[in-house]
Design a protein around this ligand. Sequence first.
Ligand code: UDP
Length: 329
Amino acid sequence: MAILICGGAGYIGSHVNKLFAQNGYATVVYDNLSRGNREAVKWGSFIKADLADTDTLDKVFEETNIEAVVHLAAYAYVGESVTEPAKYYINNISNTLNLLEAMRRHNCDKIIFSSTCATYGIPEILPITEDMPQNPINPYGASKLMVERIFKDYARAYGLKFVVFRYFNAAGADPDGEIGENHDPETHLIPLILEAASGKRPDIKVFGTDYPTPDGSCIRDYIHVTDIAKAHLLALEYLNSDGKSEFFNLGNERGASVFEVIEAVAWITGKAFAVTAKARRDGDPPVLVGSPEKAYRVLGWKPRYSAIDDMVSHAWQWYCKQEHRGAFV
Ligand code: UDP
């Protein structure tokens, strides 16, 4: 029996793969490497393929007894989704349907899926709970919400069993320093600030300083990637003990503004760097902070690294290691 991890070469997927492997599960990573890194697959076996490739998907299910699927293969840049929506709808929705159909053909009925807080749009009440309205304001969020809907319909009609996680902002890196965040292109706040701190980029740009927040910059709920990975392990145990299909927020119920994150990086790295105010980025809600109470209660999940300083210092440790081995030339 093995766990199929679609998108297991990506930032979050590689941390999920590590934790499953550490806990005695055989893993098969399936990734087209369009956004992931082969080097991040340090555990289990690896198949380089696209979810659009039905033949390869069938072969994986024929050759390996897949107990459950963890599906993290998606495009996940808010800004890009606004300028290239087709890319998001095709990859995030159509390819997920391919995967679900392959699962159906091979009688695999358990899936753990990475959705997003971007499905909530602009929340009316904070912190966000799972039962609040979902009105995404960008194609990325809309594509994930459509998949959530598909899961509900597949559960009702075909008996699919799922856990859907609505991630808030994944941050940090493996505390052992084995894997970390390595996007190309990089658009995420913390790695970009680290690049500014190390002198690799001239400044960090703050997208929007006129939001209705105390310092004018966007507020997000940052959550350590290893804590996110732990939730996936608990979700598998939950589904294996007949837990019913559910949606869970994965956040810390603690918001940090862009300026606060910049301050944390300056403090942890001890570096001075330039900060430039810019216009708002399309598709960004002002504040996203989630209640993780349901995941605590139902899954027994408890984040271990909930301080932004822990996330930044693990990310910095990873960044320095990459820089040292010449990964950024
Ligand atoms: N952000 C910023 N400058 C950057 C990158 C991001 O001000 O160079 C802001 C962005 O507008 C958002 C927050 O930082 O409010 C987190 O953005 P990120 O892209 O890391 O994650 P997202 O919230 O889009 O998933």
